[in-house]
Design a binder for this molecule. Structure first.
Ligand SMILES: Cc1cc2nc3c(=O)[nH]c(=O)nc-3n(C[C@H](O)[C@H](O)[C@H](O)COP(=O)(O)O)c2cc1C
Length: 210
């Protein structure tokens, strides 16, 4: 056995006493954007999973999303008011969409239509969800769901690449039977795996080497 001098031993003791610690993540705020896809009903399960994971969930729906799932469902599951219009914001002097954008630790858009992908790629801000995406500095995770031809169209793919270059992360879509009757790449990614990825993005800064 090689004899160790005092200072090397001290250095080794110092390193071996370090450990990976989980700093309690606390309650994080997730803005859950829901858009007008047939998969919008799955956002209810997602809201529920995120709440069970201990997070505060604020659903923001596009006008068309409300044709697919009632705001009341998301309001009940998230235990928070649901924003569907700029003109919901009458309670405070401070615009609610800016408050949500600043408060968000993650903006998760699931399902994300071809339309919202195009809007965000072009920096449009015509409704609260698009405005929040433009304002927030939190990570953005998008889970697309659409017809396979829409997803494969060069316009959509260019928009996705543009958003990725801005740091937006995409999860899915996956291949399978689509609601439109076609089979292809366009199904919303599995909801529990979206929640898992969201959890990773929310807590990655809490895992530090102490
Ligand atoms: C029954 C039905 C299902 C739809 N499903 C999708 C879909 O899965 N993905 C998509 O991109 N658009 C879908 N659309 C079209 C969108 O609703 C439409 O592009 C809408 O303008 C999207 O608006 P939003 O992104 O503001 O919610 C569907 C439309 C209908 C009528």
């Amino acid at each position: 056995m090689v004899a160790m001098d005092k200072s090397s031993r001290r250095k080794l003791e110092k390193i071996s006493s370090r450990k990976v610690v989980d700093i309690p993540a606390g309650r994080k705020s997730v803005v859950l954007g829901v858009t007008g896809s047939i998969a919008a009903y799955k956002s209810a399960e997602l809201a529920s999973l995120l709440v069970k994971q201990g997070h505060e969930v604020f659903a923001v729906m596009t006008h068309d999303a409300t044709e697919f799932i009632a705001p009341l469902t998301l309001q009940t599951l998230s235990k928070n008011p649901v924003m569907t219009s700029f003109f919901d914001e009458k309670e405070s002097w401070r615009p609610g969409h800016i408050e949500l954008a600043d408060r968000a630790n993650l903006l998760l858009i699931a399902p994300a239509t071809a339309h919202i992908i195009a809007e965000l790629a072009h920096g449009l801000a015509g409704h609260p969800l698009a405005a929040i995406a433009l304002t927030t500095r939190a990570p953005i995770l998008m889970a697309p769901a659409m017809n396979g031809k829409m997803w494969g169209h060069p316009a959509t793919q260019e928009n996705v690449q543009k958003l990725k270059a801005h740091g937006v992360e995409f999860i899915g879509p996956e291949e399978g039977m689509l609601a439109c009757g076609y089979e292809g790449l366009g199904r919303l990614w599995k909801v529990d795996e979206i929640a898992f990825r969201a959890e990773f993005l929310l807590t990655r800064h809490d895992k530090l080497i102490a």
